[in-house]
Design a binder for this molecule. Structure first.
Ligand code: HSE
Length: 418
C-alpha cells in the first residue's frame, strides 16, 4: 500500500479535527482507498499553547518551511484562516511540488487566480471542498457531477452564524443585538462577528461557488454585499405574516447581461426549499439546464464537518498522485458582470397620507403589487408596506431616493426571491 505524508498548516480547531478524524478513519481509508495517510508535521503558532486535542509534540513546528518544503511531504493541508500568510505558504508548498488542500475561503476568493496559476505552473493539485459549506459536497458537485449542465442559478444559505441569528430572531421575536450577544456567549458567533454579519464570509464563498459554476472568475469585489445588521424583528414578522421567511441569501445568476451576484437579506416563500433551513445549517439550491432544481443541505462549519471535507480532498489528492494525474486548474477569465438585476421588493415606509408614494414608484417604472397600511400612525405619518412586482434594482433605488424626505421615511427595503 502506498504511504502518503501530509503536512498541516494549523493545529487549532480544524487541525485537531483533521488529526482526530484521520486517527478514527485511517484503517477504513486504507481499506477503501488503498492509501495510508500519515500526518508528519504540523505548523502551529506556539508549541506550548493549549489546543483542543493532544497532538504529538514531535510533529509540531513553528517554521512553515518544515511543512511547505519538507522532502518527505506530498500533500499540504492549510487551515490557518485569513488571506496572509496562508496564501504565501500555499504558494510556497506548490512551488515545492506539494498538492495543496485548503479550507480557506478568504484566501481562495481573493488570491484564487494566483493560487490556481501556481497549481498549474507546478503541475500540482489545488483542492478546496472545505472552503465552502464544510461538510456539504458542493465544490465536488460543481467540479465533477454537474459537468454536463449549464448552471443558471445558485441560491444559498452559506453562512451558519447569520442563519442561526435570523432563525432565533424569527422564532423568539428577539432583536438582532440580543441574539448576537447570546450567540457569542454560546460560542456560535465569533468575538468579532463582522465578517459573518456584514455578509463578507458569504460573499467569499459565493465568489468561489459562482466562479466554478459559471466557468470564469466572479470576483468578490463585484458581489453586491449587504449583511444582517439592519434586520429588525418587525421585518421578520411582516414577512412571516405574509408567508415568507427572512434569510441571508447568496445569489448568483447567469443571465443575458452577464453574471449577477449578490449577498443580502431576502424574503423567500415558506414553500421554498431554503425557507425551512434553520439554525446554523447551510444549504445550496441550484438550477442546471439538464438537472433542473436541486438542494444540498448540511453542516457548513465546525471541526468535524470541515475535517471530513479536508480528508476527502486529501484522499483525492493522494489518488491523483498515485495515478500520476493532476486535476488541472483552469486559468479563468473574469466574467462580465450584470450591473442591474430584477427582484420584487418589500418596502416599509412611514409616510404622510399625501406623500404620493405610488406615484414616485410609477415615475421610475416600478409597479406596486400592493400597498397596505399597517397599524396606527403617529405624528401624522402612517406605516405603509409596499410590495413591488419584479423591478430593476436601479429603478427601485431611484424611486426610494425620490421619496420626499419631508413626508416619508423608509424603514426597510428587503428583496423578495423565489
Ligand atoms: N463563520 C462561518 C459561518 C464559518 O458562520 O458559516 C464557516 O465558514
Amino acid at each position: 500500500m502506498k504511504t502518503v505524508n501530509i503536512g498541516l498548516l494549523g493545529g487549532g480547531n480544524i487541525g485537531c479535527g483533521v488529526w482526530t478524524l484521520l486517527q478514527d478513519m485511517r484503517q477504513d481509508i486504507q481499506k477503501r482507498c488503498h492509501v495510508d495517510l500519515r500526518i508528519t508535521k504540523i505548523l502551529v503558532r506556539d508549541i506550548n499553547e493549549p489546543r483542543p486535542c493532544a497532538l504529538p509534540p514531535e510533529l509540531l513546528t513553528t517554521n512553515p518551511h518544515d511543512v511547505t518544503r519538507a522532502d518527505n511531504i506530498q500533500i499540504v493541508a492549510e487551515f490557518l484562516g485569513g488571506i496572509q500568510p496562508a496564501a504565501m505558504y500555499m504558494q510556497d508548498a506548490m512551488a515545492h511540488k506539494k498538492a495543496v488542500v485548503t479550507a480557506n475561503k478568504a484566501a481562495l476568493a481573493t488570491e484564487g487566480a494566483s493560487l490556481r496559476a501556481a497549481a498549474s505552473a507546478n503541475h500540482v493539485g489545488l483542492h478546496y471542498e472545505a472552503s465552502v459549506c464544510a461538510a456539504i459536497p458542493v465544490i465536488g458537485a460543481f467540479k465533477h457531477s454537474l459537468q454536463a449542465n449549464r448552471v443558471t442559478r445558485i441560491m444559498g444559505i452559506i453562512n451558519g452564524t447569520t442563519n442561526y441569528i435570523l432563525s432565533e430572531m424569527a422564532q423568539h421575536n428577539k432583536d438582532y443585538q440580543q441574539v448576537l450577544a447570546e450567540a457569542q456567549r454560546l460560542g456560535l458567533a465569533e468575538p468579532d462577528p463582522s465578517s459573518d454579519v456584514q455578509g463578507r464570509d458569504a460573499a467569499y464563498k459565493l465568489s468561489i461557488l459562482a466562479s466554478l459554476a459559471f466557468g470564469g472568475q466572479v470576483a468578490v469585489q463585484h458581489i453586491y454585499t449587504e449583511g444582517i445588521t439592519g434586520v429588525t424583528p418587525e421585518d421578520i414578522l411582516c414577512g412571516k405574516d405574509r408567508g415568507y421567511a427572512l434569510k441571508l441569501l447568496a445569489i448568483a445568476k447567469m443571465g443575458e447581461h452577464g453574471v449577477e451576484a449578490r449577498v443580502h437579506p431576502a424574503l423567500i416563500p415558506n414553500n421554498h426549499p431554503l425557507a425551512g433551513v434553520n439554525g446554523a445549517f447551510n444549504a445550496v439550491h441550484l438550477t442546471g439546464h439538464a438537472c433542473g432544481d436541486m438542494t444540498f443541505m448540511g453542516k457548513g462549519a465546525g471541526p468535524m464537518p470541515t475535517a471530513g471535507a479536508v480528508i476527502s480532498d486529501i484522499i483525492n489528492a493522494a489518488e491523483a498522485l498515485a495515478h500520476l494525474y493532476i486535476e488541472e486548474e483552469s486559468q479563468e477569465q473574469a466574467l462580465s458582470m450584470a450591473e442591474d438585476w430584477q427582484s420584487a421588493y418589500f418596502i416599509r415606509i412611514l409616510a404622510e397620507d399625501e406623500a404620493g408614494v405610488a406615484a414616485v414608484f410609477a415615475r421610475e417604472g416600478v409597479s406596486l403589487a400592493s400597498v397596505e397600511q399597517s397599524g396606527e400612525g403617529t405624528g401624522g405619518r402612517v406605516p405603509l408596506i409596499c410590495t413591488t412586482r419584479p423591478a430593476s434594482e436601479r429603478a427601485v433605488r431611484a424611486a426610494l431616493e425620490n421619496l420626499p424626505p419631508s413626508a416619508c421615511s423608509v424603514q426597510s427595503v428587503i428583496r423578495v426571491e423565489s
